[in-house]
Design a protein around this ligand. Structure first.
Ligand code: AMP
Ligand code: MG
Length: 488
């Protein structure tokens, strides 16, 4: 069962709108493997009906038939303000394949489309495809992307672009917004069904809990606290952390104007439409906490079934207080690893924070710096002198390196062992905006080779790939500011 609720106020049967003359733009063989789709040697489905299915032109392949495609209702807070009902305005849930939900994004209008056309453009579909697959290979919980299918059909945004459909895959696409929706319509039965469905299908640990609703809330909050710490550690900025874009499974979903940090700027805003910087890099943890408070209010009626309002509020408030602790714990553990610190010694966190401040002050490329840091040898100053040159404040960074080397001397592992560990957490290759942009511009001229190449390079982000050294480079100066907005 792909979605627990049916009926007017929770989901509507909605067939995809056909997409004329579709063709493959991108395909993920490993995501196909997850779904058990047999592939040809070219890495595409042997059963050619998949192309039509993933374009939204048919609802069956040799092995699958999706009888009840759905668009679901959710509501949410957008940029901190209650936006009321939203829903799958351009996403259609086809159904389950191998315990994963298969969803088409950009597959035409639904009852929730409001003023939108139900479509997605090639540009944003490629970004979602590459972005989510890259996150998967970085080891960060995320929806996956099976394919992008393109067409010559025009779509009007700021300019005329062409349509594409991205097929997304996740164990569930349920969002905080689904809870908020049923809380706002005061439909306690739907709230209960949603909670029981999640517990039964995705939170097995809570199955026998004596306080299932509270425990469900805690589990969702923990997963999202851990997720946002992982984002911070690789420099991922989501861009639109509205409550309707937050997965209850703690997955990164709804890739829009996201971006990875190039130069480290703590207050970097990746979404050109986010004028106030609500979703800036350094605010992501606090915003996720805020989003969990929205979930807590939406779940309050569930706790009120067995407790007084005051007690229910007190329990949720206490559970909410765990969020910053889980976040801090995960963040510290991830950043220790980034610096190659296996032991826990007092002063480590100050050392990490001093480094981040210096990276920010000198706007040093985040990914390249951490990758290079692994090469430091305790007895050889040449590498760290080279790294110091990336910073404008020489005396402070020299002092930092001195302290860092002294700290490293307390570790028992060798330089080589530390390098190996650091290379497992500090990626060499990330989806930099300028790389995605180059792939998009070629794809807009019907050349999809760069999409494939990036997909392949980003599937091994922690490995050295000498032939693709250039793809690890920070953006050339003239390409630094690729602007990404909500338009998609
Ligand atoms: P997003 O900012 O992409 O998370 O979208 C916010 C809401 O707007 C969701 O309910 C989407 O389904 C809806 N939406 C975004 N773009 C479109 C579109 N082109 N057509 C219909 N609905 C859309
Ligand atoms: Mg969304």
């Amino acid at each position: 069962m792909a979605f627990p609720l049916h009926g007017e106020d929770s989901a509507r049967p909605t067939p995809p709108t056909p997409l004329p003359d579709p063709y493959w733009v991108g395909f993920s063989p490993t995501c196909a493997e997850l779904l058990g789709i047999p592939l040809s040697t070219a890495g595409l489905p042997i059963d050619q009906r998949w192309l039509d299915l993933l374009a939204g032109n048919s609802l069956e392949t040799e092995s699958y038939r999706f009888d009840s495609p759905l668009a679901t209702a959710y509501s949410g807070h957008q940029f901190g303000i209650w936006a009321g009902q939203l829903g799958d305005g351009r996403a259609i849930l086809l159904g389950d394949v191998a315990d994963q939900e298969l969803q088409l994004k950009g597959s035409g209008k639904t009852i929730y489309s409001r003023m939108g056309d139900g479509r997605a453009v090639l540009r944003s579909s490629i970004r979602e495809f590459l972005g989510s697959e890259a996150m998967h290979y970085l080891g960060i919980p995320t929806s996956r992307a099976l394919s992008v299918v393109g067409s010559k059909q025009s779509v009007i945004r700021e300019t005329v672009e062409t349509a594409a459909v991205c097929a997304r895959v996740a164990p569930s696409f349920i969002r905080i917004g689904h809870f908020e929706h049923h809380a706002s319509t005061q439909n306690i039965h739907h709230l209960q069904n949603l909670a029981h469905y999640l517990i039964g299908h995705h939170f097995a640990d809570i199955n026998n809990s004596e306080a299932p609703y509270l425990d469900l809330f805690k589990a969702i909050a923990i997963k999202n606290a851990q997720l946002v710490a992982q984002w911070q550690s690789v420099g991922f900025c989501h861009g639109v952390l509205n409550t309707d874009n937050i997965s209850v499974l703690g997955l990164t979903i709804d890739y829009g104007p996201f971006g990875f940090l190039d130069e480290f700027r703590i207050n970097h805003i990746c979404n050109h439409s986010d004028h106030a910087g609500r979703y800036a890099y350094h605010r992501q943890p606090q915003i996720m906490h805020w989003n969990m408070a929205c979930l807590a209010s939406a779940m309050l009626p569930l706790l009120e079934l067995t407790h007084s309002t005051a007690d229910a509020q007190a329990m949720l408030t206490k559970a909410l207080e765990e969020f910053p602790l889980t976040y801090a714990h995960t963040w510290q553990s991830l950043f220790r690893k980034k610096l190659g610190l296996q032991m826990q010694i007092e002063g480590d966190i100050v050392l990490i924070e001093r480094l981040l401040q210096l990276l920010h002050d000198s706007q040093v490329d985040y990914t390249s710096f951490f990758r290079a840091l692994g090469k430091i040898k305790r007895a050889d100053l040449a590498t760290n002198i080279k790294l110091c040159q990336l910073f404008s404040n020489t005396s402070e960074i020299e002092q930092w390196f001195e302290d860092y080397l002294e700290r490293l001397r307390k570790e028992i592992s060798s330089d080589e062992a530390r390098l190996k560990l650091m290379n497992q957490v500090n990626p060499k290759y990330i989806l930099r905006n300028y790389l995605a942009q180059k792939a998009i511009e070629l794809a807009q001229k019907d050349d999809f080779s760069e999409v494939q190449k990036l997909q392949m390079i980003l599937s091994k982000p922690f490995e050295e790939q000498p032939e693709y050294e250039a793809y690890a480079s920070p953006p050339p100066k003239h390409l630094e500011a690729v602007e990404v907005s909500c338009s998609s």
